[in-house]
Design a binder for this molecule. Sequence first.
Ligand code: BG6
Length: 500
Amino acid sequence: MIMGFAKDFLWGGATAANQYEGGVHEGGAGLSIADVMTNGSHTVRRQVTWVKPDGETGSTPLCFGSMERHLPEGAVPVELNDPKYYYPSHVTSDFYHHYKEDIRLCAEEGFKCLRFSMKWSRLFPNGDDETVNEEGVKFYSDVFDECLKYGIEPLVTLSHYETPLNLAAKYNGWDSRYLVDKFVKYAETCFERFAGKVKYYLTFNEINCIEFAPYVTAGLIHADPQNIVNATFHQFLASSLATKVAHEKYPDIKIGMMLAYGPTYAYTTDPEDQLLAQQRSNGTLFYADVQMLGRYPNYKLAQYKREGLTIPAQEGDMDIIAKYTCDFLSFSCYGSHVVTLHDENAEAGEGNGGGQPHQVRNPYLKTNAWGWATDPQCLRITLNTFFDRYHCDLFCVENGIGWNDQFEDGTVHDDYRIDYMRANIKSMRDAVEFDGIPLMGYLYWGCVDMVSNGEGEMAKRYGQIYVDADNYGQGTFKRTPKDSYYWYQKCIASNGEDLD
Ligand code: BG6
């Protein structure tokens, strides 16, 4: 007999503090690396603003989509009080002041789970303070209470592109081992202070994106390949040590890893293209190999050796990584990638996420205005790839589509978003029903409109709930359900059976 989604399947939505929360200068919070990133667009890269010891100021595109890997010598990232720069994270959708309304709307939509990230520097303003900022604890505690009031399970990402700015400026972020203990202290504080309220945590959002945006992902203001290897290792270690604390002291808590993944297809049957696709896929799965299987895979060790890179492991570190793997694998999946060696014009930047050479558009798929393609099989293929390799519980914690929505007749008629969701949820349902994949839940990314990460603009909206705010934080911030809100409500009510 074919079975659908489990009765306790966690339907819901996902957000991140730096794109959604706002209130950056409120409640005693410190800044994170995201708070000094300017706005941008599909054609204009976001910048990180900085100051040098002699007072010279400027900005450098250290964000997604840029190949820049260094701030100028001696410069540190800083918020500049200059009208030339606008920082979208400071206001965004102003969840800080609208959380009750947003959570109520999500509850009415039928959500069983809501993913937030906690801003580390709201709890520890410098990232390494001795004591926790009680106002920050209260804010998140209130948010979780509000969720629980409606029976919504909060899922918390401890680090979603939000390394405390102080740690980036002083230590080159996760390049330094200094951050490991600080993160574990922050994680343990959360486990303790939110005990009984939060059961599911993710350690690092899209941990593999360190290769494309080392500043955004790990606070690196200087990112040569060795710095990236160091930072990656330190995040693995910190994740394992946080998992150790959870397993030993808070057995009800489950810790997930979080991987950005989309299947990579070879454009031709040329074995060279097939090999390239496999290598690309392994390049991503490496992170899950470590966090779910507890060891660096041979292909990665061989690559490091070839490239003269070393893992900064100290005695006992690898045993920790081997012993404290994550409890489940969570992932974002927006679409797929296509690679080939047969197209001289293939550029970095094509397709979802972009940023890698030899990528081309998939002629079978439609793309949105930002070049992201909807692939109706990507979730089924992804889930099978993961389950075959890791045999563990899986959780889709991001999937969605950004669009330049038009607000008309008092709402947004986003049939393109409904089409996307229908195709993706169907693909996921097939994986569960026909392939027997154990899936914990599905969280639609950006359920409430918020600033996009790559572009730092509000115009690329993902939400099922419209927020009346523009790219510069101007507007009434009124919330309005879009057509997709009602579609998803119906889908959830039928536990994924009704996709009409
Ligand atoms: C994921 C991130 O990469 O994709 C989110 O975890 C991000 O933070 C989402 O918002 C969509 O990307 P973007 O750039 O369109 O916001």
